[in-house]
Design a protein around this ligand. Structure first.
Ligand code: BES
Ligand code: MN
Ligand code: ZN
Length: 491
């Protein structure tokens, strides 16, 4: 992808398409930028009242004697209502339009920023770039040719110094693509070993990232008994991955990001039914998110210290499967009675949390996981659930999610429900019935957190979409990467 800028219209290069922004006017659409020699050439749709400038409205024209064969009139909606996420969505629609028409090079005339009330030029430009880039993604294993992605974007009316922000958007988008690719890939390809290899590749590319991987033997030796139990029937070898980014060597501040890395969730002996299992290659979305976050932090050279911890295995069914009703010893020493082998995520996260707290000196722990079907019922596929033992951390995460339009909704860590997890034969039971399922999962995790500020993000609904929505594609979304980068940029 080549992303460039020119300060004015007549300095631009050839492209397949040029895009002109318009506000929705009282009667007619109003240009949101200087149109130069195009003013006359593109007025047809407006004069004919065929184009009002409504949000993401488009009119395509064929223009003679210009550097582009095509001009696109693009509606930005009401001038007063303009906001970064609207720009993101509108320009995402432009990228989708180009993908459909196989237009791979575009010139984008920047909306007149003086009119963008309350939004800084740089912020608007970044939102536009982000919308274009986040939509410029396709995943397919079909043997038919995949449609051509955009290969060149030129912003018109932008001074070079503003392009730094665009460059960071590009690195962030690459992170999001990495997460999506990992989520979308076959479970037979994106195995625990593959996740470990991906971490090692990131560390080769970025010297500030160090990677350690425990194999099955080390998982057992270290006493990560719950990860060991879940992985028993997995043909693919389990791993525990540590990917550490040191961007602030002199600071003791250390964020731990734990990502659930179940590369396929069959449910185990409590086997999932037909209709519930088909998307379960996405059960490593948390792992994908934290790996992508480490890569992006390193690419951006952010001044923070972050370690991704990824417990990864398949939750498989077989003669070696761990068993409902049996009791297994966790890394923390607490014994856990298995209520249902399909509640595997909380087990591997519990071991990762106590291991990180004991050995990695965390300032805060954030886990991100496709953890419960209940969160899908509660919040749907547009917002993720969040549960935390710390109000400041919770608020900071919610704020980050508002900025990146990856909404989090805080659910309570309601301690009275803890007794639903009581076991007669062990320190705790892994499940406690269907009501308040997401809260119970978090209460289980909470049992393995000491005094460290901790937040749990349940992305079971947002990680993977059945239908594309704006710049959130069908299938793997990469939800949380931008949110975590935003959060880590502000702490
Ligand atoms: N990976 C699933 C949760 C999930 C459901 C993710 C739907 C994405 C979409 C998790 O391991 C699971 O199976 N949870 C069970 C827990 C139950 C047995 C207590 C659930 O939510 O049904
Ligand atoms: Mn499960
Ligand atoms: Zn799962």
């Amino acid at each position: 992808m080549i992303i460039s800028s020119v300060p004015e219209l007549n300095k631009r290069k050839e492209a397949h398409l040029i895009v002109f922004p318009f506000w929705k006017g009282v009667k007619k659409a109003k240009p949101a930028a200087h149109l130069g020699a195009f003013e006359d050439k593109i007025k047809g749709p407006i004069a004919a009242n065929d184009f009002s400038g409504a949000e993401a409205e488009m009119a395509l024209l064929y223009t003679q004697g210009e550097k582009e064969k095509r001009s696109l009139l693009l509606g930005l909606g009401n001038e007063e209502g303009v906001a970064p996420d609207k720009l993101r969505s509108i320009y995402a629609a432009v990228a989708r339009f180009c993908l459909k028409k196989e237009l791979t090079t575009i010139n984008i005339v920047l909306p007149n920023i003086a009119q963008l009330r309350g939004i800084q030029v740089e912020e608007a430009l970044k939102a536009i770039a982000e919308g274009l880039l986040l939509s410029n993604y396709r995943w397919t294993l079909s043997s038919e040719k995949a449609s051509n992605l955009l290969s060149s974007i030129t912003f018109i009316g932008v001074l070079p110094k503003l392009m730094e922000g665009v460059r960071s958007c590009e690195l962030i988008a690459e992170g999001v693509y990495l997460a999506r690719d990992l989520i979308n890939g076959n479970a037979d390809d994106v195995t625990p070993a593959f996740l470990a290899k991906t971490a090692e590749e990131i560390s080769k590319r970025y010297p500030a990232v160090e990677v350690t991987v425990f194999d099955r033997k080390q998982i057992a030796q270290e006493g990560l008994g719950l990860l060991q139990a879940v992985s028993r029937a997995s043909f693919h070898e389990p791993v525990m991955i540590f990917a550490s980014y040191k961007g602030a060597p002199r600071s003791k501040d250390h964020t731990i990001l734990i990502g659930k890395g179940i590369t396929f969730d069959s449910g185990g002996l409590n086997l999932k039914g037909t209709g519930m299992m088909e998307t379960m290659r996405d059960d490593m979305s948390g792992a994908a998110t934290v790996l992508a976050t480490i890569q992006t932090l390193a690419a951006l050279g952010k001044k923070c210290n972050v370690t991704a911890v990824i417990p990864s295995t398949e939750n498989a069914i077989g003669s070696l499967s761990y068993k409902p009703g049996d009791v297994y010893r966790s890394y923390s020493g607490k014994s856990v009675e298995i209520g249902n082998t399909d509640a595997e995520g909380r087990l591997i996260l519990a071991d990762a949390i106590s291991y990180a707290e004991k050995n990695l000196k965390p300032t805060r722990i954030i886990d991100i996981a496709t953890l419960t079907g209940s969160v899908v019922i509660a919040l749907g596929d547009s917002m993720a659930g969040m549960i935390s033992n710390n109000d400041l951390l919770a608020d900071q995460l919610i704020d980050a999610g508002i900025k990146t339009a990856e909404p989090l909704w805080r659910l309570p860590l309601f301690l009275p429900y803890r007794e639903l997890l009581n076991s007669d034969i062990a320190d705790i039971k892994s499940t406690g019935g269907r009501p308040a399922g997401s809260i119970l999962a978090a209460l289980f995790l909470h049992e393995f957190v000491g005094k460290t500020p901790w937040a749990h993000l349940d992305i079971a609904g947002t990680a993977f979409l059945a239908k594309e929505r704006g710049y959130w594609p069908k299938n793997g979304v990469g939800f949380g990467v931008r949110l975590l980068i935003q959060f880590l940029s502000t702490i």
